[in-house]
Write a new protein. Sequence first.
Length: 56
Amino acid sequence: MTLAPARSAGDTVLTCVVNLGAAPVALDGYGTPLVASAPLTDQLLPVDAAAWFERR
């Protein structure tokens, strides 16, 4: 299961992606990574990790 709530302010969208599943999740389309709770390898979010993205 992946949760990806987003919040917009003007032209900027901030998205927090949380991977609650049993396999890494592809991060295509969320924007530029700002910070992550675990290293992002090959644009994949590891299990039990979260990452925040900015898209303009």
